[in-house]
Design a binder for this molecule. Structure first.
Ligand code: FDA
Length: 384
């Protein structure tokens, strides 16, 4: 086999590894992906009727405070000055998120100062103690008080998990940020923006190297296809970014994931909701949020008489669904420990990425962890 490294999965993790090994080490890399496009969940494409760039697997906003990652990604793309903001529709009224002084004063019809708001929220939050909260509902109330919890968190969380929050474990949330000023920027990171020419152009530039061969529609577990597991493991080093439980044929049981269903629609209006993401806090609305893609790129010349929206629905994933967010129950964590032990016995197979580690990773985290794997494991491996 005339290849130095096989990378399974062409998401940000796999492409970062492929790019580094091809460029820095001059090695031949084959990247396979079972999908018919590169890029994993960050893939985007122009909607054919409107030309508006849509994020096929859910909205992707790039943000990071990691200087190494920021320097690296700008070799392949520039970024726009887009700053993400989210709003929530609660009982037909629109509020800014994350919860901030604007949300609080609008909700309570007040004009509280930062200190007055702090005092009020801490009084409302005193109903439960955070450290002894028995479930998600009690923990959320202990952090932001019952009125804000019932409006913005309770039904939204129930829709996300298809489970009432008083039946969800407290550790599903670690914190619920409340800002005692009018800052409603969604991310706190030093750098934020969207790739100027879109995600796919960025991902294609990463893969564009003579030492990299991409093979799409190729499943690692399909023994009739080249570069499958039986043919490669033990013969060529492998970086595997698919699901860890699938690699071991679910021998320790399935790891649970949540998935999303998307309903895309083209509407004959220039602007549907005036912003990119609107959450729907009420239980009576079946979807969790609506994305309107034109607002991610206000600098582009998109049509003024059409827009593309996408409603998002959340549910537990079955084996044939796209795995999006790890559920991470106590039994999942136990299974993961068992899979990690098996992984240690796999010779020259390196597990990484979101699916390979059963961890939710933002893009900058996937890229950062691939850069670390390159430096700490692959460079020494190929140096021998
Ligand atoms: P990724 O899932 O992208 O790639 C894995 C690839 O492996 C896939 O292409 C898959 O087809 C392939 N594969 C799996 N099994 C295979 C097999 N058996 N054979 C061959 N190929 C196989 N991040 C962020 O920074 N800002 C954001 O706004 C968002 N938003 C967001 C929304 C939603 C709904 C999700 C699910 C995720 C985000 N993310 C995000 C996270 C972002 O998508 C994530 O960081 C990257 O997908 C991680 O890249 P990976 O390469 O690890 O996985």
């Amino acid at each position: 086999m005339n290849v130095d490294l096989l990378v399974v999965g062409s998401g940000f993790f796999g492409l970062t590894i492929a790019e580094r090994v091809a460029k820095e080490l001059g090695r031949k890399v084959v990247v396979i992906d079972r999908r018919s496009h590169i890029g994993g969940n960050a893939y985007s494409e122009a909607e054919p009727e409107t030309g508006i760039e849509i994020h096929k697997y859910g909205a992707h906003l790039f943000h990071t405070s990691n200087e190494v990652v920021w320097d690296y990604v700008r070799r392949f793309t520039s970024f726009t000055s887009y700053e993400h903001r989210v709003f929530s529709n609660y009982r037909g009224e629109v509020f800014p998120l994350p919860i901030n002084l604007g949300t609080i004063n609008q909700f309570f019809r007040s004009a509280l100062s930062p200190d007055e708001a702090r005092t009020q929220i801490s009084e409302q939050a005193s109903e439960f103690s955070t450290s002894s909260a028995a479930n998600l509902e009690e923990k959320a109330i202990s952090l932001i008080g019952r009125p804000l919890y019932e409006a913005f968190i309770r039904d939204y969380t129930a829709k996300q998990w298809q489970t009432p929050p008083d039946q969800l474990p407290a550790e599903v949330i670690s914190r619920l940020p409340v800002r005692y000023n009018y800052d409603n920027r969604y991310f706190n990171d030093t750098y934020e923006g969207l790739p100027t020419d879109g995600y796919t152009a960025w991902l294609e530039r990463m893969a564009d190297h003579p030492n990299i061969e991409i093979r799409l529609d190729t499943d690692f577990f399909d023994s009739t296809q080249p570069f499958n597991k039986n043919e490669t493991v033990g013969n060529v080093p492998v970086v595997y970014t698919g699901a860890i439980d699938r690699y071991f044929d679910y021998s320790q049981g399935e790891l649970a994931w949540r998935t999303l269903d998307f309903e895309q629609e083209i509407l004959p209006v220039g602007d549907f909701q005036g912003t990119s993401v609107m959450n729907y806090a009420d239980e009576s609305v079946p979807f969790t949020r609506i994305h309107e893609f034109r607002h991610f790129h206000p600098e582009r010349n998109y049509p003024t008489d059409k827009t593309v929206i996408m409603r998002e629905f959340s549910r537990f994933a079955s084996q044939n669904d796209e795995p999006y967010y790890p559920v991470n129950t106590a039994s999942d964590r136990q299974r993961l420990i068992e899979y990690r032990a098996l992984q240690d016995d796999e010779k020259d197979v390196f597990f990484g990425g979101r699916l390979g580690t059963y961890k939710y990773l933002d893009m900058h985290m996937a890229i950062g962890s691939a850069l670390s794997m390159f430096q700490n494991k692959l460079e020494p491996f190929f140096a021998v």
